[in-house]
Every structure is written in C-alpha cells, then in structure tokens.
Design a protein around this ligand. Structure first.
Ligand SMILES: NC(=O)c1ccc[n+]([C@@H]2O[C@H](COP(=O)([O-])OP(=O)(O)OC[C@H]3O[C@@H](n4cnc5c(N)ncnc54)[C@H](O)[C@@H]3O)[C@@H](O)[C@H]2O)c1
Length: 304
C-alpha cells in the first residue's frame, strides 16, 4: 500500500509517517519545510520538497498514485492567520483544492484530513459534538472549515471518499512552542531554560489535550473506518492550566515558578469536546491520559 503524507516533516505528520511505515506502507512525504524539519522524517519515507499549492505537488501525486492521502500541511498558526489571511487561505484552501484535484484524478481510495476544533469558535455547549454549529473566530478556523467543505463537495460530486478528523489541543514530542494550542510545548521550553511560566488570567481555563500518538492512531483507524464522516479526536476530558502546571512540576521533581498576566482577549474559558462518535464509528479511543502523555513529552524535551 502507498500513502502520501503532506506535512509529514511536521509535528503530527511525522508521527503518522512512523505509524504507516510500521504497518508496512510505502510512504511519500510532501513538505516545503516551512515549519517542518527534514530530520523528523522517518529514513524509510521518500521526501519531496515542494509546496502543496504547486503543480509539482499535483504531478507527483499523479505519478505515485497513492492508495491514501493524509493531508496535514497547513498554515497552522492562529495569530499568523490574522496577520496574513491571504497566505492562510492560499495554503489551507487553495492548497487543499490542488490536492483534491490530484486525488480525484489519481483515484485515491481516501482523503484523510487533519482539521481542528477551532471550527466551532466560541460555542458554550458542553460537551461539543460534531453536529454542533460551526462559527470560527479566526481566519485559520475559517480556512480549515472551508477546506472541510471542499472535501465534502469532492465526495458529493466526484465520489472521492474522505474522513475528516477535528483535533483538540495536540501535544507531544517534536511540537514547537509556536502554532496551534502549544501551551505544553511553551511551558516545557520555559522549564528547559529555567524561566518562569506565564499564565494568562487565573489559569482555571480548560482545554482537551490529546497526545500526538493517539492522533496518529486515529489517522491509521481512518484507513479502514469512518468513511465520509467527521470525527472529533480528543480525550473527552478537560484539563486546566493549573492542573498542567501541577503535573509538570511532579515530572520535574521540583516546584515550578510562574506568574499571572492579563487574560487574553477572546480566549475561550472552558472547552469540552466529546469523542463518543469517534469511539463508535472510527473504532478508535485514546490510550494516553494527560499524565502519561506529559511524562513522554517531558522526557523527550529534556533529552533534545
Ligand atoms: N497541533 C495542534 O494542536 C493541531 C490541532 C488541530 C489541528 N491541527 C492540524 O494538524 C496539522 C498538522 O499540524 P502540526 O501541529 O503538526 O503543525 P506543523 O507546523 O508542525 O506541521 C505542518 C507541516 O506542513 C508543512 N507545510 C506548511 N505549509 C506547507 C505548504 N504550503 N506546502 C507543503 N508543506 C507545508 C510544514 O513545513 C510542516 O512540516 C495541520 O493541518 C493543523 O491545522 C493541529
């Protein structure tokens, strides 16, 4: 079996590449290394340095004729999307359309898309389910939602099968302190440099933190299950910033120093998302709880 992973040199994509190789896939990686690193790509994967918006990317997909395409390459920085909405839309919407065109022509068995719970915006429902309304706050959330809709249209019009995976806040080895939801990476960076941790507001705000290996497993599950459907990939439990600090200080075996700064404007106080649908139809459930995930991430962080 052959797979193309766009963004396979990035944080989440590189873990998916590893899992695909473990189960015997021939893996091709399309990445422009804007945030990804060559060194993150598994040595058995075949890399192509190119932009997903380019003709070259389309041509290489037509040449490879992959069975599955995992689409992760994205402009994944919320702040950057606000500063440069054209760039964000070009990569996240036009880039996705370019890949969909290639997959349609190459008769790919399935288009597996990495999306985000940022598509919901400031919804107060607890917990959020896949059927809830989407009203993204950021251009990033908007461009990912548009990409989702193009994927659904390609299925409707041309029969291209898909699975859309909307992640909670992903964390784990190789995450940089930038981009989406990287608070654990930011804290680990500060801990490594002996700096104080900065907490916005009272630190009681909660999020669903999902370990990157569980996210990679969800992508593997999508090879066989969850056709033409959308799933939230999360733990179904919420963790506050203060909880994170207490788990990190246990790992660190020492007190951590922190200070409170003003709340961030537009920050959602509590976010709780359900994984019931993924458990039932994707036949996937997370294996890591927050303590186990932070344990592995902390060990990676101190050794790199
Ligand atoms: N990290 C999270 O918490 C999170 C949450 C929800 C969704 N996601 C989604 O998961 C995917 C991967 O995110 P990540 O956290 O691993 O980010 P990342 O920045 O580590 O990975 C993105 C990869 O895509 C590559 N890339 C970017 N633009 C490209 C382009 N135009 N052409 C080719 N390659 C390009 C980068 O070099 C990088 O290797 C993204 O689609 C993101 O929207 C991430």
């Amino acid at each position: 079996m052959k797979a193309v992973v766009t963004g396979g040199a990035g944080f989440i994509g590189s873990h998916i590449v590893e899992e695909l190789i473990k189960i015997g896939f021939q893996v091709h990686v399309i990445d422009n290394f804007s945030t990804g690193k060559q060194g993150y790509i598994h040595p058995l994967a075949i890399p192509y340095e190119m932009d997903i918006c380019s003709n070259k990317a389309k041509e290489i997909i037509l040449k490879i004729k992959p069975d599955y395409l995992f689409h992760l390459a994205a402009q994944a920085d919320v702040v950057r999307s606000t500063l440069n909405p054209m760039e964000d839309a070009n990569i996240n919407i036009m880039g996705t359309i370019n890949l969909l065109e290639a997959c349609k022509e190459a008769s790919v068995k399935k288009f597996i898309f990495s999306s985000t719970s940022a598509v919901y915006g400031n919804i107060t429902k607890n917990p959020i389910s896949e059927e809830d309304p989407t009203l993204p706050l950021s251009y990033y959330g908007l461009s990912k939602l548009s990409a989702e809709n193009y994927i659904k249209r390609y299925n409707h019009i041309f029969g291209l099968p898909y699975t859309i995976l909307r992640y909670g806040n992903v964390y784990g080895p190789r995450q940089t302190a930038k981009g989406e939801g990287g608070v654990i990476a930011v804290f680990l960076d500060k801990i490594r440099n002996n700096e104080k941790l900065k907490i916005h507001g009272d630190g009681k705000q909660t999020r669903d933190y999902i370990y990157v290996k569980d996210v990679a497993d969800a992508n593997i599950a999508a090879i066989k299950n969850g056709d033409n459907n959308t799933f939230q990939i999360c733990t179904g439990t919420s963790t506050s910033i203060m909880d994170l600090i207490s788990i990190l200080s246990e790992e660190h075996n020492d007190d951590l120093y922190y200070f409170h700064s003003s709340e961030r404007i537009g920050d959602i106080k509590h976010s709780s998302i359900s994984n019931r649908k993924a458990k039932k139809h994707l036949i996937w459930s997370p294996s890591y709880d927050i303590k186990q995930g932070i344990h592995e991430t902390y060990n990676f962080s101190v050794n790199h």
